[in-house]
Write a protein that binds this ligand. Structure first.
Ligand SMILES: [Zn+2]
Length: 287
């Protein structure tokens, strides 16, 4: 099954919900970076909420999301646009456990900040940030939406691993209260969110986005839109060539004289690019 997102309105169009299956995205990230349980659990959740957030705006808008905690994982960076995500983490090899054997994500992330930069193709990119309040990611983004965007929201995210620590399934939801929503609707929803089947169970049981929406909204919803989600890196030799040229003639000449070539690995997909002595000379000529 391909990864996808469903958007729906519920409660008389006063609440909107986005639910996503991101199993392939998170599997791909684990493969690229050879990620250990705490790292992939945290990063998979960030990838999932980023993919969802990229579908809350109109097409083509670009998001850069950084979760920068002081735990061993370090900084997690994700870029997302129109359902396509790519990212990387500082330390993919983190595995912390609680005494009961459960994977510890909160301590692996630590305390710090979430920063979201939105390029909505207006004059200036729009940047907002909030504190990491738990390190569990879902709660941190719930807090981010309330604090930075003034939208009362509920976020549920989960990554499910097998006994060999390989990703089996991943997904989540973002529920947002629209202006004009009645207080009693909010109270009913809050009560239900506390009592319903936890998102970790839904993901473990292989719920589709429609089934997640059905569970979270108590069956009261209208599906609006389906969007494909995927892990995609748009790097190319041409892009890295531009990047190399941007460091300037002197720096490039130094690379040419010292190393006779340039070897670049893409942070987002680990693809490797090689620039030969002749290619470097040509780039210096072009400058
Ligand atoms: Zn790449």
């Amino acid at each position: 099954m391909k990864d996808y997102l469903e958007k729906a309105y519920c409660m008389n169009q006063t609440v909107r919900i986005f639910a996503a299956c991101t199993t392939n995205i998170v599997k791909e990230a684990q493969n690229i970076f050879n990620m250990w349980p705490s790292s992939i659990s945290a990063f998979g959740r960030v990838l999932t909420i980023s993919a969802i957030m990229s579908c809350t705006y109109k097409n083509g808008e670009f998001l850069n999301i950084k979760v920068d905690g002081d735990g061993p994982i370090g900084k997690m960076t994700v870029e997302a646009t129109d359902g396509k995500v790519r990212g990387f983490v500082q330390n993919p090899g983190v595995f912390l456990q609680y005494n009961n054997g459960k994977i510890n994500v909160a301590d692996a992330v630590g305390a710090g900040t979430i920063e979201v930069v939105k390029d909505l193709h207006l004059r200036q990119p729009f940047s907002s940030s909030s504190e990491i309040i738990s390190g569990e990611i879902a709660d941190d983004f719930t807090y981010y939406f309330a604090k930075s965007e003034q939208i009362p929201s509920s976020v549920g995210l989960s990554v499910n691993l097998d006994k060999e620590s390989k990703v089996v399934s991943a997904g989540g939801f973002l529920l947002q209260v629209m202006p004009g929503c009645k207080q009693e609707t909010i109270e009913t929803l809050e009560k239900h969110l506390n009592e319903m089947k936890p998102i970790s169970k839904m993901i473990e049981e292989g719920y589709t986005p429609e089934e997640i929406i059905n569970e979270v909204t108590m069956g009261d919803y209208t599906l609006l839109e389906k969007r494909e989600l995927k892990y995609e890196c748009n790097c190319s030799k041409e892009r890295f060539k531009k990047g190399l040229k941007s460091i300037g003639k002197d720096a490039l000449t130094e690379i040419l004289n010292e190393d006779k070539h340039a070897h670049i690995t893409c942070n987002f997909c680990k693809k490797e690019y090689e620039f030969s002595e002749d290619e470097l000379k040509e780039m210096i000529m072009e400058l």
